[in-house]
Design a protein around this ligand. Structure first.
Ligand code: GLN
Length: 191
């Protein structure tokens, strides 16, 4: 059985764990380098990217995690996770993994619509488009994607689910609905 780590420093950990188990894999919380060695894939949950970034340093996970991802560990970042994985954070000077070739703008939907739920267009597989009910919570906007990035979902014509090789990132929270399609897709990436 595949073992999926959920980075458990801060943020929405439980719900990812539940959906991963429901999708047929094992989930373990990751707070140490030793734990990181045991996983076949890792989820970096939503939360507060500045806090998670600081805790990654404090728990001596930052460098180890960067190396693991560079070496191909499948990783799935949601919301704050996406911000941490992005190479560039607009007008932001915070500690980050900085690995995926995208630029994000934090809290970019503005204070009036900090959180909202909407249908997005999902195209996980070639020539398929489906709807997905997506929950956005103080979400970032991906303002630039690199050449090797694949856009797997769009909202208002902007990418909200993007893959670059072994890295998958969503600006919304797919763990907050009972819909397992995106977590299943991640499990397929894990192989
Ligand atoms: N606004 C948060 C940040 O900048 C992300 C919000 C979330 O993960 N739901 O880190």
């Amino acid at each position: 059985m595949k073992t999926i780590g959920i980075l458990a420093l801060q943020g929405d950990i439980e719900k990812h764990a539940r959906i991963i188990e429901k999708a047929g894999a094992q989930s373990i919380p990751v707070k140490t380098k030793a734990r990181l060695e045991q996983v076949d894939g890792l989820i970096i949950p939503g939360g507060e990217s500045t806090t998670i970034g600081k805790l990654l340093v404090r728990f001596s996970l930052m460098e180890a995690l960067k190396v693991k991802i560079h070496n191909g560990l499948p990783v799935f970042g949601t919301c704050a996770g996406t911000i941490l994985l992005a190479k560039e954070i607009k007008a932001g000077n915070q500690v980050k993994l900085g690995i995926m070739n995208i630029t994000v703008s934090r809290n970019a939907y503005g204070p009036q619509i900090e959180s909202f739920e909407t249908d997005i267009i999902l195209s996980l597989y070639k020539d398929t488009t489906e709807q997905f009910r997506a929950v956005f919570i103080r979400a970032p906007i991906i303002t630039r994607i690199g050449k090797k990035c694949e856009v797997l979902a769009l909202f208002e014509n902007r990418p909200v689910l993007v893959r670059e090789k072994n890295i998958l990132t969503a600006t919304f929270h797919p763990e907050l609905t009972d819909d397992m399609r995106i977590h299943r897709y991640f499990l397929e990436m894990v192989g």
